[in-house]
Ligand binder design. Sequence first.
Ligand code: ASP
Ligand code: CP
Length: 313
Amino acid sequence: MHLLAIREMEPARIEQLLESSQRMKRATIDGSKVPQFPGRVVGMLFLEDSTRTRVSFEQAARKLGMGFSIFGMQGTSLSKGESLKDTVLTLKYERLDGLVMRHNASGAAHLAARFFDGPVINAGDGMHEHPTQALADALTIAERKGKIQGLKVAIVGDVMHSRVARSNLWLLHKLGAEVHLVGPRNLLPRHTGKLPASVHHDLLPGIEDADVVMALRLQKERMDGGLISSLGEYASLYQINARALANAKPDCIVMHPGPINRGLEVDDQTADGPNSVIVNQVENGVFVRMAVFAEAFSNGHMEQPKTKKATKK
Ligand code: ASP
Ligand code: CP
């Protein structure tokens, strides 16, 4: 089964993946067995830079006994002008079992899924979606808050260019959270009226009484320029710091998908402080990606949680 976009997923599938991620985490920490998929080989096409997503997919594959081949833009025939379609067809006829793909074009993972036979997992496509990041974030929220339903989550910053924001918005909405998008007009998507979220241009009302504040990176590589007047002004208006957090709930958690521009989106004290779960998001990324591989290669037979059998009297 492909994993292309949270927007296309049923809530039940999201919940099942989160439960599977929790089991993967428990088993990894206890040193007990996790499912193994020997003989499966996955192609990992990282055609845009990545640290945590790439390494966590590698770690997940290793833990599940799978093989993998990693490709970047350099060192492949993409640099000679080969198309994505021909690259995907090449990997298909070399009998890879699955593809993980990051690409700077929105929709690239969907295109790959049209030409590849096995499961395609979207590791971030342009400004569209980053589904495994949203799953890692949801696991982190559920661990800290015990639930997702009914929480107030403020997503702050460069929402327009953020695939993380889109995947999180759909996931949180599907699981019953109340989502607030907060940022300057220029960095919020057009047509926000169609999104299941309220929109705020001022930080303090936007994060008021929030259970979760998720800061986003300013994605300068996707900006044409002129969208913000100065970084200093952005930080003074939208930075998540102790002063801003005084408006959120006292036990509010602070998230950031990384990489962080420290001192811009979040200050050091907050990024490293007691409310921050940023390193937990990274850690959970491995378990979520294990669950995603297990779903992809279990042929519809995901491991179910072990329930106690009722004993007959
Ligand atoms: N690493 C995340 C992404 O690739 C967020 C970011 O780069 O700001 O979408
Ligand atoms: N959060 C995230 O996707 O990080 P990388 O870009 O480092 O993979």
